[in-house]
Design a protein around this ligand. Structure first.
Ligand SMILES: CSC[C@H](O)[C@H](O)C(=O)COP(=O)(O)O
Length: 371
C-alpha cells in the first residue's frame, strides 16, 4: 500500500545494511510515521511484545525476520543451534494468541536445519524470512480478489448504492506485510469503483481501529466513519450495516475464530440482524490441531494500564492519562473467540469457504495431515 503516495510495506530488510530489519513503529501512528531499525533478536522480541508491530500476519513476518537476526547472531555464538533454539523460545514467548508467530518460527527452524555451515544457514534464514513476507503480501492480495465478489454482489443488490461495512480492530495492511486481510476486499472494491463506506470500531483499549484502520483507510481514500465499540449493534438494528468483515489471530480447523476482544459481540449482533459476518485470513492463521476454539485457544491478557489509562496527542507529545479511580482493579483480555456457527464464511487466499471442518479441508486438503 502507499504512505503519502509511496509504496510501502510494514517490514523489510534495510536496503544498504542487510543486518538490519526495518519496521514501521506503529505505536506512533497516526501522529507520526516512524521507521525503526531492528538489529538484534532481543529488540525484535521487544518490538513484538510491546506492539511496535502487531496483527497476526505481521507478527508472523516479524518472527521470521527475527530468526534471520538469530542466525546472524548464532554465527558468533559457541553453539549455533542452541543459540537458535533460545531465540526461538524468546520470540515465541512474546504474544500467545496469534498462531502465525509459532507457524513462522517453525518454518524458519525447519528451513535453517537444512543448511550445512553457518553462512549457508544465514542465507537460508534470510531467504525464508523474505519468502514468508512475500507470501503474506501475495495471500492478502488474493484475499482481496475473493472478498471483492461478496462486496460486488451486495452492491449489485443495492443497485450500486454504497455498501456499508463494519470492521473491528485493525486487520488492515498494518496488521500484515501488505494489503491486510479484512481490508483487502474493501481496497479492491474501492479500486474497482464500487461505492463502499467503512464503519471503524475504535477498539478499546489500544484503539487500533481509531489509530490504525482509520489512518490507513484515509491514506487510501476510502470513505469511513469512526464509531465507539458499542455502536455496532445499534447501527445493525437500523439497517446501516450491509456486511461485517474482521480478521483473525487463530482459526481452528473447525472454524472457531479468535480475534480482538469484542469481535464475538459483533458476530452475535450480526446474527440477530441477519447481516453476513465474514472473517478474512491467510492460511498461516489456521491452527490445524485445535478443534475447540473456546477451550483451546490461549487468550492474551495484557497490562491493565491499557484500560485504566488512555493515550493521546497533547501539545505535540504522546501522553497517557488515567481515566479510572486509583485502586479499581482492571482485567485486560485482549482477544475473544467467535464460534463457527456465527461465522458466515472464511475468505482465504484460495477462495471462500464455510467455517466448518469439511469446507476448510476441502480448500486446504494438506491440512488433513496436520490435524
Ligand atoms: C491480522 S487480522 C486479526 C488481527 O490480528 C486482530 O484483529 C488485531 O488487530 C490484532 O490485534 P493486535 O493486538 O493489535 O495484534
Amino acid at each position: 500500500m502507499k504512505v503519502n503516495g509511496k509504496p510501502t510495506r510494514t517490514i523489510w530488510i534495510h536496503s544498504e545494511c542487510p543486518e538490519i530489519v526495518q519496521i514501521i513503529d506503529q505505536r506512533w501512528l497516526p501522529h507520526q510515521y516512524i521507521v525503526e531499525d531492528i538489529g538484534t533478536v532481543e529488540s525484535m522480541a521487544i518490538a513484538i511484545r510491546d506492539m511496535h508491530v502487531r496483527g497476526a500476519g505481521l507478527i508472523g513476518a516479524a518472527a521470521g525476520y527475527g530468526m534471520y537476526l538469530a542466525a546472524l547472531e548464532a554465527k558468533a555464538a559457541t553453539d549455533f543451534d542452541s543459540h537458535l533454539d533460545s531465540c526461538y523460545a524468546l520470540l515465541e514467548s512474546t504474544r500467545p494468541t496469534a498462531v502465525n508467530l509459532a507457524w513462522a518460527l517453525d518454518r524458519q527452524l525447519q528451513a535453517i536445519s537444512k543448511g550445512r555451515e553457518a553462512d549457508e544457514k544465514i542465507r537460508i534464514a534470510m531467504n525464508t524470512a523474505c519468502a514468508i513476507a512475500d507470501e503474506d503480501a501475495d495471500f492478502c492480495r488474493r484475499i482481496g480478489q475473493h472478498g471483492l465478489s461478496i462486496i460486488r454482489e451486495i452492491s449489485t443488490a443495492k443497485n450500486g448504492d454504497t455498501v456499508n461495512i463494519l470492521t473491528h480492530c485493525n486487520a488492515g495492511w498494518l496488521a500484515f506485510v501488505d494489503y491486510g486481510s479484512a481490508t483487502a476486499p474493501i481496497y479492491a472494491a474501492h479500486d474497482a469503483g464500487i461505492m463502499v463506506h467503512v464503519y471503524v470500531d475504535e477498539t478499546r483499549p489500544r484503539n487500533q481501529g481509531a489509530a490504525l484502520t482509520a489512518w490507513e483507510l484515509g491514506q487510501h481514500g476510502v470513505p469511513h466513519t469512526l464509531i465507539v465499540d458499542n455502536a455496532g449493534g445499534h447501527l445493525m438494528q437500523h439497517g446501516m450495516i450491509d456486511l461485517v468483515i474482521t480478521g483473525t489471530d487463530r482459526t481452528t480447523v473447525t472454524g472457531d475464530v479468535a480475534n480482538k476482544i469484542g469481535t464475538y459481540l459483533k458476530a452475535l449482533a450480526a446474527k440477530d440482524n441477519t447481516i453476513p459476518f465474514y472473517v478474512a485470513l491467510p492460511s498461516s492463521t489456521f491452527d490445524w490441531k485445535m478443534k475447540n476454539g473456546l477451550s483451546e485457544i490461549p487468550i492474551e491478557q495484557r497490562n491493565p494500564e491499557e484500560i485504566t489509562h488512555v493515550e493521546g496527542l497533547c501539545d505535540g507529545k504522546i501522553k497517557s492519562v488515567r481515566i479510572s479511580p486509583t485502586g479499581s482493579p482492571a482485567a485486560n483480555y485482549a482477544f475473544d473467540v467467535t464460534p463457527a456457527r456465527l461465522v458466515t464464511g472464511l475468505i482465504t487466499e484460495r477462495g471462500i469457504c464455510r467455517a466448518d471442518r469439511e469446507s476448510i479441508l476441502q480448500l486446504f486438503p494438506e491440512g488433513r495431515h496436520k490435524t
